[in-house]
Design a protein around this ligand. Sequence first.
Ligand SMILES: C[S@@+](CC[C@H](N)C(=O)[O-])C[C@H]1O[C@@H](n2cnc3c(N)ncnc32)[C@H](O)[C@@H]1O
Length: 408
Amino acid sequence: MSRLKNGYIPKVLATEYASYRDTVLRTLITRLETAQASISRPISIYDPMAGTGPLIPEVERSGYVGYFNDLNSLHLYVNKAKTYRSYKTFKRIGSATLLKKLCNFTSRLDRNTPMPTEKWIDDVSLRILSSAWSSCEDEIKPVTIILKAIILLSIRDFSSFVKTKNPTWLKPGGTRRNITVEQAFSYAINMLENYYQHTYCGYQAIKGGEINLTDRDCTKYVPKSGVDIVLTSPPYCNRVDWDRLYAPEHYFLRAVGVWHTRCEFIGTTAVRHYDNFDSDIAFISEHSKYLNIFLTKVKERQIGNEKRSDYYLKYFTRYFAGLFRVFEVAASSLHKNNFGIYFVVQDNCHRGMSIDIGRVISQYLSIKGFQTRVLKIWNQHHLGMRNISRKYRAVNPRQRESLWHAIK
Ligand SMILES: C[S@@+](CC[C@H](N)C(=O)[O-])C[C@H]1O[C@@H](n2cnc3c(N)ncnc32)[C@H](O)[C@@H]1O
C-alpha cells in the first residue's frame, strides 16, 4: 500500500479534485490482492476513465497488468511519468539535469515581459513552450516522457486565466504570472519528486507491472486483450466540465498537435448540438426506474431559457446515456471468469434533489445481469462540499461518495 500523504497520493496536477480517497484505494488494493491470490498469472485491470491513474503505483509494485485510459490526453502524458520506469529514469538523470535542459529550451521566456492576452496562453509563451516540447523529442524516450510531463505540469504557471466563483470554471485572459522558468519548472519537478517519494521510494520489492496508457473515448474503446477486473470512477454529474477545468493545458496540447479535435467528455455542458436526445432518453428510460422519475422532475423544474432549450433534461440524458455506454463497453472487456466491476461515484444534487448516480448505474448493471452491491458510503466528498450554484445557495449539496461492486 502506498504511503499516502495526509491520506492521499500527493497531488501532481494543479487540479486533482477527482482522485480516490485513501479508504477506496485501500479497499481496491485488498480486492486486487485477493484476486491475485486465486490465479497464477498476473491479474489485469482496466480503468476506462482513469484520470490521474491512482492505481499505477500498485500495479507497478505488485506486478499486475494495468490498462489506464482517459480521454484527456493531459493525463496520458503525465501518467507516463508516474510509472516505475520513469521514476528510475528520473533518479538516474537527476532533477538538476532535467531542470537545466528545460531552462535551456525555454530561456527566451525569461527575457520576455509577460504580456496581456485574451487567450489561455499568450502567443510568445506558447511559441517558446511549443518549441521546448519539440526539443524534448530529441532526447531518449524515457527522458522525453519526463520532460514533457514537467512542461505540462508547469503550463498553469505560464497561462493567463481568471478564476470565477465556480472553482472549476476558469476564463481565459489577463497576464501570466511573472515567474521565471526556473521557478515554474522547479515547482513541477518537486511535485513529481514528491510523488515518487511517496509511491516508490522505500519499497524494497517492486515487481514492476505492465502499464498500458491510452487517451481514447471509452464509449468506443476497450483494451484488445480481456481483463480480470474493471474499476473506475465516473465523471461528476453537473459539477465539473473537464474541458474547462483543464482548458489551459488543452490549449497547449492543441497547439502542439496532440489534442483530439473533437472529443466528448462524459458530463460535457455543451448540449446545443446534441443530436441523439430522443434515442438516448428512450435508452436510459428503459434501464433505470429511478431515472424516469428523476428526469420527469428535472423537466418540471426547468425555468426561463432552460425550459425552451430543455437544457437540464438534455444535460442529464446525455450524461447518463454516456455512462451506460461506458459500463456496457467496459464490461465487454471482462474475461469469462472475472472479478467484476468496481465503481466509485460521487453523487450531487440538482435543485435540492439528490442525483443518486451509484443507484442509477446499479439499476443499469442489474438489467444487464450483474449482481450489484454497495460496499461503502461516505456522506460527503472527501475534499469537502461545494455549493457552486448561484441560485440555490441555501441548498446543502449532498455530495455523497460510494464504492460499489458488480459481478455476474
Ligand atoms: C472522476 S474522474 C476520474 C478520476 C480518477 N479516478 C482519478 O483518481 O484521477 C472522471 C474521468 O473521466 C474522464 N472522461 C470523461 N469522459 C470520458 C470519455 N468519453 N472517455 C474516457 N475518459 C473520459 C475525465 O477526463 C475524467 O478524468
